[in-house]
Structure formats: structure tokens, C-alpha cells
Write a protein that binds this ligand. Structure first.
Ligand code: NZQ
Ligand code: ZN
Length: 391
């Protein structure tokens, strides 16, 4: 097991009807003048925003509301919010929604904390933040895991890339998670979330050094639970047990615990981001569309690892490792298909992608200036071959 540092300080408040506790949590963490960020209106329609603001009022906490965060959230939106609120003495940022609102809140929290660095420089790894306002979350979708993660992902419309930056400052102070809030999710978003949760484990599981039984068992168990309860939630959107299991799994698959003691790979996330940046493809769909091609391209690097995944996660009984490995890849692909996810990039964005392979490869490789992945290190030609195979 490689050495590691693990710090996951987010207080999780989990269960039905917990949103009314938002005010007391904000107060506990010192918020007196709160900036609330939310998305396109689902939290207004459901009445959640009213519940949250009332709980702040009950605690005598001042607040400002900014809606309009879009899925695949934009750097330019975050920068405008920072500009609009930089002189308003905000001391707490609260996201009410999913990964897009949370990531915008994290970026705004860094921007409002007085770091004297352009926000995008953090995303481009040119600098690290030295401070951030505290962030809280009221979660409405089990997916990105941003409610406990250390990253914030934004799309820059100027350079056409989607990038995240990681810092301990991005870890929210608290996350309120009521599974009932997820009942209203469109099934497509539920499916995207299921894929994303699986991929947060898979992008860590397929690493070069994998002699970590505790980490493996955690990861395999989480993946089995997401597959099982994800399917149940698709069939019955108001299944509280299923919604609970995947909501908690969503946090655990991306708070870092499923990758401890080994290098990260995360190449499939890198394949997905150019699709989201260029075509606004939903994050989970961008991952489902590229994982099968990636897996078939790289599995020979460690056939035994793919066979372990097939046997432990999918219950594949093939005794031959290579046959098991391929059966595990096929089972994953079939599962994605069964929940309505694309399994090729043509499925995801249509025929127009056929002419864009070079562009996607340029975006993914930052114009051939970087490699991606660690399970198999992928250079420009590999990246292009995988996009081609994913057509
Ligand atoms: O905007 P509203 O109206 O709220 O609607 C949203 C949005 O259209 C809707 N929705 C969410 N909860 C709902 C609901 N509709 C009805 N009822 C509810 N309860 O779902 C749509 C998607 O919302 P979004 O916040 O975009 O979803 P998600 O949580 O999947 O977040 C995706 C973003 O997170 C990033 C992704 O790249 C993407 O930009 N990620 C963030 C990570 C992190 N910070 O750690 C890690 C991930 O790998 C990922 O990259
Ligand atoms: Zn993800």
C-alpha cells in the first residue's frame, strides 16, 4: 500500500426531512451572511429553496440567492457572481442542488476569499488557493460526489475546456442529504448519476499498483451496491431504500476513500470532459460513452485486474482470466445500455462527432502537451485511437 493522507471533514446530515436543519448547520459553521447558489429551477419548483431560506431566517441568518447555474457549469458564470458579490461581506456559500451548483459554489468561495489569482489559474494548475469561504451543501442528486469531494469542475467557454481543481479548501463543511429530494430527478439524470458513481470507483480501481485489499473491498462493495440499487431506483423512483443507498454511495465513491494507497488513473473522466465542453454532453453520459472503448484498449495491461473486477463486481464465473475480463467489460456496457446511457460517442452526440476526433483528441491532450492515465499511460495517438474506437 502506498503512503497517503486522507482528510474528509464534511459533516453529513443524512435522512428524510433534514433540509430544515440547514440554518442550524450554517450557524454552527459561522455563517451570518450567506450566498445561496442553485441551478435552473428544480429547487424552486420542489419548494426546497423555500425550506432552506426559512431555516436560515429562523436562525436570524442573512442570505442572498443566485439561481441559473447550468449543468456543465461555466467559469464565466462563477466569475460574474464573484464580481457581483465581492463587496457584500459574504461569509458562507451554500449550494442547493447537484454537482454543478456545488462546484460553482466552491469556485465562488475561493474567488470571494481574496485570493489574488485569476480563478482559471487554479484549474490550469498554475496556482493553489490559500483560502476559501466555508461551503455548505443541500444535495438533490446522487451523482458527482462533490458534496464531500475536494474538487470543483468548470467549463471555460473561451478556451473550450472543462477542468477541475483540487484543494482541501473545496471540501464542504456540511452536506445535507435527504434521499426524498432525489425522487423528482428525471430518469436520464438518475442514470447519469449512476454511471458517474461507478466511474468514480472505476477510475481509481484500475490503477498501476493495486495490492490494497481494504481499498479494493470498499470499492467493489460500493460498485455492487450502486449497480443493484441504481437499477431499483430506475424501476421505482420513490424507493426510499434504493435512493438512500445510492445517495450515500455517491459521497463515498468520490470522497477519496476508494483510491487510497494507490495512484489515480482518471483517464475516462479526461475522455468525457471534451465531450461535455464541446457538445454539452451530461457528465455521466460522457463517461458511459467512452468507458467501453477505453477498457477494451487497455485491459491487456493487467488482465488479472479486469478479471477480478468481473468476478467480484459482476459475479462472472469464467475461469479463464481473459474471458472473464472481457465478460466484465461487456456486462458493464450492457448495464449502461439497460439504464438508457450511450455506450459510444456516436450514441452520445450523433454523427457530427465522426469529423471531430482530432479536435476531441487535441482538447483531451491539451494540444498534445500531456499524457493521461496511469493504469496505461495514454499519449496523443492512444487518445485518438480510443475516441476512434468509441465511435
Ligand atoms: O438545474 P436544476 O433545475 O436544479 O436541474 C438539475 C440539472 O438539470 C437536475 N436536478 C438535480 N436535482 C434534481 C434535478 N431535477 C429534478 N429534481 C432534482 N432533485 O439535474 C440536472 C443535472 O444537475 P447537475 O448539478 O449538473 O448534476 P450532477 O450532480 O450530475 O453534476 C454534474 C457536474 O458535476 C461535475 C460534472 O463534471 C458536471 O459538471 N463533477 C464534479 C465533481 C466534483 N466536484 O467532485 C466530480 C465529478 O466527476 C464531476 O466531474
Ligand atoms: Zn465524475
Amino acid at each position: 500500500m502506498n503512503s497517503f493522507a486522507f482528510w474528509s471533514p464534511t459533516k453529513v446530515v443524512f435522512g428524510a426531512d433534514t433540509a430544515g436543519q440547514t440554518g442550524s448547520e450554517v450557524k454552527f459553521f459561522g455563517g451570518t451572511n450567506v450566498l445561496i447558489l442553485y441551478g435552473g429551477g428544480s429547487v424552486v419548483k420542489s419548494g426546497l429553496l423555500d425550506t432552506v431560506t426559512k431555516s436560515l431566517e429562523d436562525e436570524g441568518i442573512n442570505y442572498h440567492c443566485v439561481g441559473g447555474v447550468q449543468p456543465n457549469p461555466l467559469l464565466q458564470f462563477a466569475l460574474k457572481v464573484i464580481e457581483d458579490y465581492k463587496d457584500k461581506d459574504i461569509n458562507f456559500v451554500l449550494a442547493v442542488g447537484g454537482g454543478s451548483s456545488i462546484d460553482t459554489a466552491k469556485a465562488v468561495a475561493v474567488g470571494l476569499a481574496g485570493n489574488d489569482v485569476p480563478l482559471w489559474d487554479y484549474h490550469c494548475r498554475k496556482a493553489l488557493p490559500t483560502a476559501a469561504l466555508p461551503v455548505g451543501v443541500v444535495l438533490t442528486i446522487a451523482a458527482a460526489g462533490s458534496e464531500t469531494s475536494d474538487s470543483a469542475v468548470l467549463t471555460n467557454t473561451e478556451d473550450g475546456t472543462k477542468r477541475g481543481f483540487n484543494t482541501p479548501f473545496n471540501r464542504p463543511k456540511f452536506a445535507i442529504m435527504d434521499p426524498i429530494l432525489t425522487y423528482t430527478l428525471p430518469s436520464y439524470q438518475l442514470a447519469c448519476g449512476i454511471v458517474d458513481m461507478l466511474m468514480h470507483s472505476l477510475d481509481r480501481y484500475f490503477a498501476p499498483d493495486t495490492d490494497n485489499e481494504v481499498t479494493d473491498e470498499l470499492s467493489e462493495g460500493l460498485m455492487r451496491a450502486v449497480i443493484k440499487y441504481g437499477r431499483m431506483a430506475m424501476e421505482n423512483p420513490q424507493d426510499y431504500k434504493a435512493r438512500s443507498e445510492i445517495m450515500w454511495a455517491g459521497s463515498l465513491t468520490h470522497n477519496g476513500i476508494t483510491g487510497l494507497g494507490q495512484a489515480l488513473d482518471f483517464s475516462v473522466h479526461q475522455f468525457g470532459s471534451p465531450l461535455s465542453a464541446r457538445y454539452d454532453t451530461a457528465h455521466g453520459a460522457s463517461l458511459a460513452a467512452t468507458w467501453p472503448a477505453w477498457a477494451r484498449y487497455v485491459y491487456r495491461n493487467n488482465i488479472a485486474r479486469f478479471a477480478q473486477y468481473a468476478r467480484k463486481v459482476w459475479g462472472i464465473t469464467e475461469s479463464d482470466d481473459e474471458a472473464a475480463a472481457l465478460a466484465g467489460i461487456a456486462a458493464t456496457e450492457e448495464y449502461f445500455r439497460s439504464i438508457g446511457m450511450p455506450v459510444t460517442i456516436t450514441d452520445a452526440v450523433g454523427d457530427r462527432v465522426k469529423d471531430d476526433i482530432d479536435i476531441l483528441s487535441d482538447i483531451c491532450s491539451y494540444n498534445n502537451t500531456r499524457t493521461i492515465g496511469s493504469f496505461k499511460v495514454l499519449g496523443y495517438d492512444d487518445i485518438k485511437a480510443i475516441y476512434q474506437a468509441a465511435l
